[in-house]
Write a new protein. Structure first.
Length: 229
């Protein structure tokens, strides 16, 4: 039998090994992951993670369509890195954190801060020189930040996403969703700036990002970041 007779079986074996290493083995390790739960007195008291509501899922689609993942990551590296010191998270993220994300939006770069826990009340990113901000950034903060980032973070290089908002003429009472803008950003009298459905979905999604729940496989949880006065 000539050596060429081994070529096809060899290629087939290489293909099979590649498929096993890149597809089957990861699926065996990660494909059957389920949420963790805490049981007290025979009752499940905590489940993590939980599936996102439809609005948050729609918000993830907006997040992707606007290219947010090009400048923001959603993955906390090990506790020995600067990620925890920056206030981006209490622990490293692990595969279980993403089991309900389809697809996971891990991000390609960190031109802006990591958003893994931007919806958490426990952790915050507060760059030197910026004013003290609430530990949990509420919807009003998120809307203003999307509309004009420098209004809340003076050193921000994030572009303004004004296409996610609309200018409406006030008819009767102002809309409860209208942005509370400083004078230099406010529209002319009689008009208001309101978030579109995409902006609302995006803010619901951002507010849902909280991967601070302790998980055994994630290792040590860092101490809470001190609140600045």
């Amino acid at each position: 039998m000539s050596r060429s007779g081994f070529l096809f079986p060899g290629l087939l074996a290489c293909f099979a090994v590649s498929i096993g290493a890149t597809v089957l083995l990861p699926h065996m390790q990660l494909g059957t992951l389920t949420p963790s739960f805490k049981e007290e007195e025979g009752q499940i008291s905590e489940v993590y993670p939980v599936a996102s509501v439809s609005t948050a899922t729609n918000g993830r689609d907006v997040y992707i369509s606007q290219g947010c993942q090009a400048c923001h990551s959603q993955v906390i590296r090990g506790t020995e890195t600067a990620d925890v010191d920056r206030g981006w998270g209490a622990r490293r993220t692990v595969a279980r954190d993403y089991i309900f994300d389809a697809p996971p939006v891990l991000g390609a770069a960190r031109i802006g801060p990591d958003l893994t826990n931007v919806g958490s009340s426990k952790w915050r990113n507060e760059p030197e020189g910026d004013p003290v901000r609430p530990e949990k950034r509420d919807a009003a903060w998120q809307y203003l930040h999307l509309y004009h980032p420098k209004a809340v973070i003076h050193s921000s290089n994030m572009p303004a996403y004004t296409d996610l908002f609309a200018k409406h003429k006030i008819s009767g009472s102002p809309s409860p969703d209208a942005l509370k803008l400083p004078a230099n950003l406010a529209p002319e009298p009689g008009y208001e700036i309101v978030p579109t459905a995409d902006a609302k979905a995006l803010v619901v999604y951002l507010s849902s990002l909280d991967r601070s729940h302790p998980l055994k496989e994630a290792g040590v949880v860092a101490a809470a970041a001190p609140t600045k006065k």
